[in-house]
Design a protein around this ligand. Sequence first.
Ligand SMILES: NC(=O)c1ccc[n+]([C@@H]2O[C@H](COP(=O)([O-])OP(=O)(O)OC[C@H]3O[C@@H](n4cnc5c(N)ncnc54)[C@H](O)[C@@H]3O)[C@@H](O)[C@H]2O)c1
Length: 265
Amino acid sequence: MTTTSTTNDTTVAARSTPRFLNKIALITGGASGIGKATAELLASEGACVVIADRCCEEGNALATRLSRERRKALFVETDITSPASVESMVARTMSEYGRIDCAVNNAGVSETSIDLVDASSEQWERLISINLRGVWLSMQHEISAMLPAGRGAIVNVSSRTGLVGKPRLAIYTASKHGVLGLTRSAAIDYAPCGIRINAVCPGLVQTPFVESKFGERLPELARTMNPLGRIGEPKEVAECIAWLCSDAASFVVGVSLPVDGGAVA
Ligand SMILES: NC(=O)c1ccc[n+]([C@@H]2O[C@H](COP(=O)([O-])OP(=O)(O)OC[C@H]3O[C@@H](n4cnc5c(N)ncnc54)[C@H](O)[C@@H]3O)[C@@H](O)[C@H]2O)c1
């Protein structure tokens, strides 16, 4: 048992029992990067994690590894651009576990930098359908599943670019601003029903997403991107997501939490 010098009973209790013991946590985009780190962290603290991703190989490999490590994990092939796929992601979770305690809407894609006037409708449709409509569809089904229980926590993964503009990245910026709009509005609507909805806004984080986007420019970019002068680790974002999902954040509703080494500051 972990000991602590505080006299706060809640802190003592929280430390002595895994935070997510037997909680059911659904994570979209859970096969890679921030989603994968979140699945690993929540599973290590007792949660049954449902890894929903369109990448079967990575998703299955993660679920298999976690299960081998005596964690509880299930992979569900999901494409969040498809309403039927999102519906079946939530239906499968409900049929396996009977409820959803936490949902992390993390799946997202980036865009190649491009002037707004040169971007095509296809680029707009693709980005918005994954980064924004996918979060909306996921929330619709997750909230419907949480409502009968009268409790639940949802964390949407926006971006630093959800809080500020970024040159030559208008569609991505719009999609991530949209995620914060969805988060705030839904947070107000469903807090009275016991469902807390929040968002995190990561800065530059070392994942396949940014490695493929920035390549060799990444180390230099990382040095200048924020006051800490370094890139973030997926686990550092996962820790904030886990906290927002946990009972320790019981009075936190509708926030957009920067996790960016001070970039927005
Ligand atoms: N890495 C960063 O620096 C950074 C910064 C700000 C915001 N973000 C956001 O964090 C989230 C995760 O990014 P990451 O860096 O971990 O990326 P990543 O590419 O490592 O992981 C994203 C995952 O989402 C999945 N995915 C993509 N489209 C999907 C779809 N249609 N249906 C289901 N799954 C799908 C991918 O297969 C992948 O497993 C994204 O929403 C991204 O916008 C990342």
